[in-house]
Ligand binder design. Structure first.
Ligand code: ZN
Length: 327
């Protein structure tokens, strides 16, 4: 049954800052009116009923929006997977309703934008044979929500949650993202620094792995990785970069929000000086899951036979590690 205008879910949805098209999608979803194969079959329309993402047969809304590996990957990237799956219900409409009406810890607009993105990706795969990655779906949803929040004069109810989200999704448009990570190997008595640079549209631009013999301090390995990242930016002549790492100690010290750990202060002094001379848009912390590529380069560096390795295309071990993250 279509959701009536008096329904509390609609009232709640109405308050969300979302494009009309996304709201329409949400209305169809909770009214069970999306043209999924099972719905089409109920209307005697024959249709290839397999999932374009995983090839499973007879897919339902529940499959597309929470059971399919595509949905799981999408939610995992956002860090919301745990919270969202805890609210799982016997069917998709009830699950959606529960999240919209009961949940206070998920940014509701963002959640709806994500589902709409999954639906768009599914349709693109079915009708246009176009592949949209879960990462693109997440980035697009975060942009939709942020754009609307920033153009709105009226403070949206979920803006505080959205700000928390900004620590994960910095403004990606027009910014090159630079990820760094450090790692140590006690058996090899060395540290590895990994740097991964991604274009504003999410393309792999550059990867670097550098080994530092005789460095066994984890903090120092992170500071060295950050310095490598900045050196690389200068070398590649990159402007307006967004530099991100998963070590909060190093990020805070480099942003001069806290004192440098003594083991790395000389390196961090270099970093601070370089930040002043480079058009670094922002230094920010990211979750380890989102730093997986730089992390893998750091791991590669500390066990490599050579001091420096660079990549201009993603090496296969990185693709594999990104896939593993979602198993
Ligand atoms: Zn599937």
């Amino acid at each position: 049954m279509p959701v009536g205008i008096q329904d509390p879910i609609w009232e709640r949805m109405w308050q969300l800052k979302l494009p009309n098209q996304t709201l329409l999608f949400a209305w169809r979803l909770c009214s069970n009116l999306l043209s999924t194969p099972s719905n089409l079959a109920a209307r005697h329309v024959t249709f290839d009923d397999s999932c374009p993402f995983c090839n499973q047969n007879s897919v339902t809304n529940g499959h597309i929006f929470f059971d399919c590996s595509y949905a799981v990957q999408t939610f995992r990237i956002t860090g919301l997977y745990q919270q969202i799956s805890q609210l799982k219900r016997p069917n998709c409409e009830q699950w959606f309703r529960a999240i919209i009406l009961e949940n206070t810890f998920v940014s509701t607009s963002f959640f709806v934008a994500l589902l709409s993105g999954i639906w768009y990706a599914r349709n693109s795969a079915v009708f246009e044979q176009k592949n949209i990655t879960p990462w693109s779906t997440v980035l697009h949803a975060s942009r939709v929500v942020q754009d609307l929040a920033s153009t709105s004069t009226n403070q949206a109810r979920d803006l505080p949650e959205l700000q928390a989200m900004n620590t994960i999704f910095q403004p990606v448009a027009n910014a090159i993202q630079v990820f760094f990570d450090g790692s140590i190997s006690s058996s090899n008595r060395c540290a590895g620094a990994g740097v991964y640079i991604q274009s504003s549209s999410g393309q792999f631009l550059h990867g670097l792995a550098r080994q530092f013999p005789n460095v066994v301090d984890p903090c120092l390995s992170e500071a060295l990785a950050l310095r490598e990242a900045l050196l690389l930016c200068r070398q590649l002549d990159l402007v307006d970069v967004l530099v991100q790492g998963d070590s909060s100690i190093i990020i805070l010290a480099a942003a001069q929000d806290s004192d440098s750990p003594s083991s790395c202060s000389p390196v961090l002094d270099d970093v601070i000086r370089m930040c002043q001379n480079l058009p670094v848009q922002k230094l920010s912390w990211v979750r380890r899951e989102e730093n997986v590529i730089a992390h893998n380069f750091a791991k590669f560096a500390k066990s490599s036979d050579v001091i420096e390795t660079t990549w201009s295309d993603p090496p296969s071990f990185v693709n594999q590690s990104v896939m593993d993250l979602f198993q």
